[in-house]
Design a protein around this ligand. Structure first.
Ligand code: HEM
Ligand code: HEM
Ligand code: FE2
Length: 456
């Protein structure tokens, strides 16, 4: 570790991984409820499990981004973090607020939660991913502001690079589009517009910048390729992201009461969205081919290449499948959407966190050459279990989605929702199986951290 303040990243990485274990566990509980409807009844209903699953996902990604930033910013800016103390305080505030919110979801009926958290004052609750009570939302704003100030001050007082500029632009976007979550119009169509301004412009615009910056940082470190070369790729990727991703929001405005021109704008713009993800694959593999050094931490590069490939599959391929208006008319809101949601979130944002964690954690733990060969072997098996598990889960959900579409939306001989669901129970069993593989992969990843040094 070059700068001692980089150490503040460690609790962020560890906590993100703990939350990930929780997220996957709740996913598994839901997968069981899909098979046995009264599992855990009436202790934890499906909607609560779902809310915990998706909220843990968002919060763990934010923790991961913060850990990544606090690790890479001092090295990029070539100076200590502006305020390591603020970063530590922010960690505890965010962790406490996160845990309290999850406990609230689990132990307080949601309707009661809205009453005791002042939702009447400014109604913001009840929308997917943004279910957090008002005090939690305000807390998130404060935490993100402190995060941005700390990052920006460090860069302003130090060296500015393309990576820091892209990262800070992404962070500002993340903050601005979260503010939109405080405005909930009464009109349901307008409500959807604003909801997507947060959700879509996070995952398909601003977070993509953050992902690109982290990926570029790790690639510089493990391949030794010149920064100028890396910068050109990064510019190209973020330009393509912005060109396609912003108007691409239109792919959520089909047939929902919005003007018809969105059918065209949404279809055409979002059809270009896979391009930046494809560029990330070219970027990672070209840098690997042109590398000047072979870093002992081979797993960091494996994760970097892996995230480029899986993000392209999940966001690019599975996103494109249902992004054209005439197709989306049939696929909207089916298990095909869930298939895409899983592989894209995992491939882009969970894997980029694995990438930076696998690169930085050994260094933070006093192993500048990465974990031992034996530990990396175990980590490689975790890599495959996680990827095969998520891919299997996605394929199962895609099969479920296609079956659902044929049953309910194509032709004239249609069946009802529950009847269709009944006929795909077998596929849900397969999904649960792959989910278990994902969880085993995560535990194996954890285990790789505890393997002793070769010669110790
Ligand atoms: C890493 C980037 C991405 C993530 C994390 C992501 C995630 C998601 C999630 C979770 C949903 C479901 C939201 C809901 O209704 O609850 C969704 C919907 C959708 N995504 Fe993505 N996505 C990404 C990139 C893309 C890309 C690049 C495309 C197009 C090429 C795309 C096309 C769509 C479409 C069309 C829908 C609406 C599906 C429907 O109508 O049911 N996504 N995305
Ligand atoms: C890191 C891995 C995971 C990520 C990133 C993730 C992400 C998500 C997302 C974004 C949604 C909302 C999807 C939508 O509305 O379209 C969701 C829902 C769900 N997830 Fe996961 N998930 C993961 C792992 C798992 C696992 C291992 C399982 C269990 C096998 C699982 C089971 C579920 C279920 C059952 C739902 C609810 C779908 C519904 O409402 O019908 N997830 N997950
Ligand atoms: Fe989108």
């Amino acid at each position: 570790m070059k700068y001692s303040s980089q150490a503040v990243a460690k609790p962020y990485f560890i906590f993100a991984l703990i939350l990930l274990a929780g997220e996957i566990l709740f996913g598994l509980l839901m997968a069981i409820q899909y098979l046995y409807g009264d599992f855990l009844f009436p202790l934890i209903p499906f909607n609560v499990l779902r809310m915990v699953h998706t909220n843990l996902l968002i919060v763990l990604i934010l923790f991961g981004f913060m850990g990544a930033t606090y690790y890479l910013i001092p090295e990029e800016a070539e100076r200590e973090l502006w305020s390591p103390k603020l970063a530590i305080i922010t960690f505890w505030v965010f962790a406490a607020a996160g845990v309290a919110t999850i406990l609230g979801y689990l132990f307080v009926p949601y309707a009661t939660l809205t009453e005791i958290t002042f939702n009447e004052l400014l109604p913001t609750m009840g929308r997917e991913f943004l279910e957090q009570p008002l005090p939690t939302k305000v807390g998130i704003v404060l935490v993100v502001v402190s995060y941005i100030v700390n990052t920006a001050m460090t860069v302003l007082l130090g060296r500015r690079t393309v990576i820091t500029t892209v990262l800070i632009t992404g962070l500002l976007g993340l903050a601005v589009f979260f503010l939109v979550a405080f405005y909930v119009p009464d009109n349901l169509i307008m409500d959807k517009f604003f909801w997507w301004f947060t959700v879509h412009l996070w995952v398909e615009a601003t977070w993509e910048l953050i992902m690109g910056a982290i990926l570029a940082f790790v690639l510089i470190k493990v391949t030794g390729v010149d920064r100028e070369h890396i910068d050109k790729w990064l510019y190209l990727i973020i330009a393509m992201t912005m060109v396609s991703g912003i108007l691409g929001t239109g792919h959520h405005f089909f047939y929902m009461g919005a003007p018809e021109y969105w059918l065209w704008i949404g279809s055409i713009s979002s059809a270009v969205e896979p391009l930046p993800f494809f560029l990330m694959i070219l970027f990672a593999f070209t840098m690997t081919r042109e590398r000047k050094i072979t870093h002992d931490n081979e797993m960091a590069l494996t994760w970097a290449k892996g995230t480029a490939v899986m993000a392209f599959l999940g966001a690019g391929v599975w996103g494109f499948i249902h992004t054209l208006a005439p197709v989306n008319m049939f696929t909207h809101g089916t298990q095909l959407t869930a298939a895409h949601g899983h592989l894209s979130f995992y491939g882009a944002y969970i894997m980029i966190i694995f990438t930076i964690t696998s690169y930085a954690m050994p260094i933070l733990r006093g192993r500048p050459h990465g974990n031992s060969k034996k530990a990396q072997k175990v980590e490689l098996s975790a890599f495959w279990m996680l990827n095969i598990g998520m891919l299997g889960l996605t394929l199962a959900l895609s099969a479920a989605g296609i079956s659902q579409i044929l049953d309910q939306r194509v032709g004239t001989d249609l069946v009802g929702f529950m009847e269709s669901q009944d006929s795909i129970a077998g596929i849900y069993m397969v999904r649960a199986g792959f989910g278990l593989l994902v969880f085993t992969g995560l535990l194996t990843y954890f285990a790789s951290f505890f393997i002793k040094e070769d010669n110790a």
